[in-house]
Design a protein around this ligand. Structure first.
Ligand SMILES: Cc1cc2nc3c(=O)[nH]c(=O)nc-3n(C[C@H](O)[C@H](O)[C@H](O)COP(=O)(O)O)c2cc1C
Ligand code: SF4
Ligand code: SF4
Length: 267
């Protein structure tokens, strides 16, 4: 396998983490970005690069389950410089890098640098999407931070501020993990609004949505990425009553087509 300079694996439901991966691709020399959802389809995913990065959203103060499973499955050849970035909506910290490092240590690898990049919280069961002016300020701050991050990555420097508060709210994450597969019992589809476009099915990283009669039917293997809720163009999907009237979100620099799985049926 040809050795590339930098490979960045990303996982993203509403575009924040893909945006971060893209920005780093622009700012760092010779970067290939790969989707974690696509790489998970491979029997034995492996990477051979001088530098390997992982960019993902923070989910309940920790790692998304898909990312946890991917880190376990991935073979990292040689001994690259490894970095991780958790995009998040609030400035609280958590345990994503502690958990990632634990998995990597079992493979005799370590995280050399990690950062939180605050953008917008897509967790609308808790609260509505932030106002546009807040989104714009955070985008501006994130852009500046990403330039610094890119410089650190280029120089292969260590960055360990994540070690502070490294187990913040750790217990919440375990509780959520234990319950997340059936969280989709909260989803409802308004049959009057649904146009059977299939985007909800195609964004699901878990194959958790079937549409036997056009509308989504959830299969209780959810990882609560909220991709289906946000991508529906007619807001036919709600999370109980709580999301009614709340906005939906996608990073403005990321297209719907970049977030869904390809079916080969596109025009
Ligand atoms: C289930 C779930 C849990 C979340 N938990 C947190 C959290 O603990 N802290 C936080 O700052 N943001 C949290 N968020 C917000 C996301 O981390 C944030 O919006 C992220 O940037 C989304 O990335 P994406 O657009 O690449 O999917 C959560 C989102 C979801 C869907
Ligand atoms: S994305 Fe919305 S409109 Fe399209 S199939 Fe799913 S629920 Fe129906
Ligand atoms: S059902 Fe919806 S929230 Fe659950 S994993 Fe699939 S896209 Fe994400």
């Amino acid at each position: 396998m040809k050795k590339i300079s930098t490979v960045i694996y990303y996982y993203s439901a509403t575009g924040n983490s893909l945006y971060v991966a893209r920005e780093l691709q622009k700012a760092v020399n010779d970067v290939e970005i790969r989707s974690i959802v696509e790489a998970m389809q491979e029997d034995k995913p492996q990477v051979n690069a001088e530098c390997v990065g992982f960019v993902f959203p923070m989910h309940y103060f920790g790692l998304p389950l898909q990312v946890e499973e991917f880190l376990q499955k991935l073979t990292i050849l040689e001994s690259p410089y490894i970095f991780a970035i958790a995009t998040c909506g609030v400035p609280y910290w958590g345990r994503p890098f502690v958990d990632a490092e634990k998995i990597l240590k079992e493979k005799n690898r370590q995280i050399h640098a990690a950062w939180y990049v605050r953008l917008v919280s897509n967790y609308i069961p808790l609260r509505d999407i932030a106002a546009d002016w807040r989104i714009n300020i955070r985008a501006w701050l994130a852009e500046r931070k990403l330039k610094k991050i890119a410089g650190t990555i280029e120089k292969r420097e260590h960055h360990a501020t994540w070690q502070l508060l490294r187990k913040f709210c750790a217990g919440y994450h375990d509780k959520w993990k234990a319950e997340q597969r059936k969280i989709d019992e909260n989803f409802q589809c308004d049959r009057e609004k649904c146009t059977s476009c299939g985007l909800c099915e195609r964004i699901c990283p878990r194959g958790n949505i079937l549409r036997p009669q056009g509308q989504p039917v959830w299969q209780h293997s959810c990882v609560e990425c909220l991709g289906c809720l946000h991508i529906c163009p007619v807001k036919a999907i709600e999370y109980g009553e709580i999301t009614k009237g709340r906005k939906r979100y996608r990073h403005k620099k990321i297209e719907v087509t970049e977030l869904i799985r390809r079916t080969g049926k596109e025009a």
